[in-house]
Design a binder for this molecule. Sequence first.
Ligand SMILES: [Zn+2]
Length: 411
Amino acid sequence: MALDTQRTVAELEELRQLTGDENGAQRVAWTDTWARAREWLRDKVAGTGATEEIDEAGNQWFTLPGDSDRALLIGGHIDSVPNGGWLDGCLNVMAGVEVLRRVAADGRAPLTVRLVNWADEEGARFGRSLFGSSAAAGSMTDQDELRRRHDAEGVALPDALAEHGVDLDRATEARSQLANAAAYLELHIEQGPVLESMNLPLGVVLGTFGVERHQITWKGQAAHAGSTPMDKRRDALAGAAKLALEIRPIAAQVGEGAVCTSGGVVCKPGIVTSVVETAEQLLDQRHLKAESLARLLALAKESSERFAAEEDVGVAWQRIWSIEPILFDEQLIELADASIREVSGSSHRLPSGPLHDAAEVARAGVPTVMLFVQSLRGLSHTKLEDTKKEHLEMSVQALDRLTAKALEAFS
Ligand SMILES: [Zn+2]
């Protein structure tokens, strides 16, 4: 059976009909709609002869045995955010189904081929993303904290999971699923504007950005707006404002895709008749290289000290969250590049701003790569999310080529 890329688009539309409404996709993990989508997927895969297994974290695996127990993994997630798009996550799963059909029709592959539908990538209901993949990757270290989480209706996370046959206490046993993994492939919509702006259908993902998130507290002196001369002020907002602009030249100086965002400043007392006494500023910095990320942070800290001196205010930094950059496998990046060039003529390499299940798998030491397909207007996590049909079909083709190349390279 040859690859039928039109079938993938038709199946994605079928899934949209089945699990979406006028506001978009409603496949939030650990809900009835999500369970219905998983049953639907089971029926779609049945014809390939792959055997299904649900692991301890609720991940849904379909396995086609090959000459070796070592397995080539293809992954995606069928869960969505509420009012989500029709492609985020499920394109990868359905393209993977089509590739499984082709592999099964070709006879026994040199490696076992496994499709995984990760459980709860989005974390939409309980605020914890990458649930299933982090359990399998061995990086789920927050089970105590997860036990205390509730959704908006007050349902505890362990209870919601239990309704779907998952025991949180045993979730990390899903680790055994990656024991025989030779490589991991994931296709995803870009969810950003880069490929569209370059007029390219497809790109290879180099890895996921490292992130540094800080709260910066500027401390000045509240003073009357009428009676305090301009040169006698200790204005906390002035420091924050200078830094909010300085992160632009800092990002330009470090370069190679560096991004810095000052996403908010809260001023106190926050009234029109007073100089600002306290300004709490949020800063998010991202880069694909660990040294460059460290430099972004160091430069911002240095600048903040300078602005604090200039404005005669205090400044203090507090880390909110951070994660190191996760780089994908060089050999697989080359294979992905070649696959894309075969399908669409030219390729492009780009980092991923958002995290993906692939980042968890890569962290676990499995050689990993991702393909991105262009997103129209860069939109995602909205019903407006879209990709041209011909680009969707090309993405299925590229994933299939990459699968064939990886089967050869890793066997
Ligand atoms: Zn996704």
